[in-house]
Design a protein around this ligand. Structure first.
Ligand SMILES: Cc1cc2c(cc1C)N(C[C@H](O)[C@H](O)[C@H](O)COP(=O)(O)O)c1[nH]c(=O)[nH]c(=O)c1N2
Length: 221
């Protein structure tokens, strides 16, 4: 257990209306990015973004997130091959017009993103001593998703685009990256400076699925 510290409590900054308007704009302009300029991201910027990402909440404060930067050309090529296999299999699920539309969608930025970040959940994490997850062990992975969303917003605030690729076989990713099975893949992320900026999701713009606000309703019980 960590010893309580007796330094004076810091006071929160005043988040004023200007900040709230900017925050709303940040939420609105965060995009899943699939087209990147090839300029590398400064290592210090990536470290800053990870410092921000790990401010996310986690069940029992377990901090189960594990970040792997995929850098070797052989490993990146293996990831791209796995995406191509998984995507070809997924494409076969659709028929007619929907199949034609699916085939036209760009669902990854693997070949141009300068930074590839695989994000895992360490299912054996001892931190947090199991607090909060006895009846819902999946809350460990939920915690990792929270860090990914925090990273997504932090990246956008720094002018960095991020894309989430899930059309992959997790067991292949673990084998390619030589990682233990108890590191469960949560996301394969492409990061870099975006080639273009949009206020609407690409899947909406290309006619796959509009933002309908369906889930926005609040049921009262
Ligand atoms: C868990 C999870 C998994 C994926 C995604 C997101 C999330 C949350 N998204 C991005 C997704 O398509 C995108 O968020 C929506 O289309 C909305 O667009 P914006 O993110 O608002 O631009 C995504 N996009 C993509 O092109 N290939 C993919 O494999 C995935 N996988």
């Amino acid at each position: 257990m960590t010893a309580p510290n007796d330094s004076p409590e810091p006071s929160p900054p005043a988040f004023d209306e200007t900040f709230r308007a900017q925050l709303a704009a940040l939420f609105a302009w965060r995009r899943d990015v699939r087209r990147f300029r090839r300029d590398p991201l400064p290592p210090a910027l990536i470290e800053r973004l990870l410092d921000l990402a790990v401010l996310a909440p986690s069940v029992g404060n377990a901090q189960p997130w594990r970040f792997v930067s995929v850098e070797t050309p052989e490993r990146r090529a293996a990831i791209i091959r796995d995406f191509e296999q998984a995507n070809a299999a997924a494409a076969r699920l659709y028929r007619d017009e929907q199949a034609a539309l699916y085939a036209r969608l760009k669902l990854e930025g693997l070949k141009t993103a300068p930074t590839h970040l695989a994000v895992f959940c360490d299912e054996t994490v001892s931190q947090g001593a199991g607090l909060g997850r006895q009846t819902m062990p999946e809350t460990l992975r939920y915690s990792v998703v929270g860090a990914i969303q925090t990273l997504w917003l932090a990246a956008r605030a720094h002018g960095v685009g991020m894309g989430w690729v899930s059309i992959l076989h997790p067991e292949t990713i673990n084998a390619t990256l030589d990682l233990p099975a108890h590191w469960v893949l949560v996301a394969y992320l492409c990061l870099g400076y975006p080639e273009e900026e949009h206020l609407d999701p690409e899947l909406e713009r290309h006619g796959w699925q509009a933002r309908t606000g369906e889930g926005r309703r609040l049921l009262r019980r």
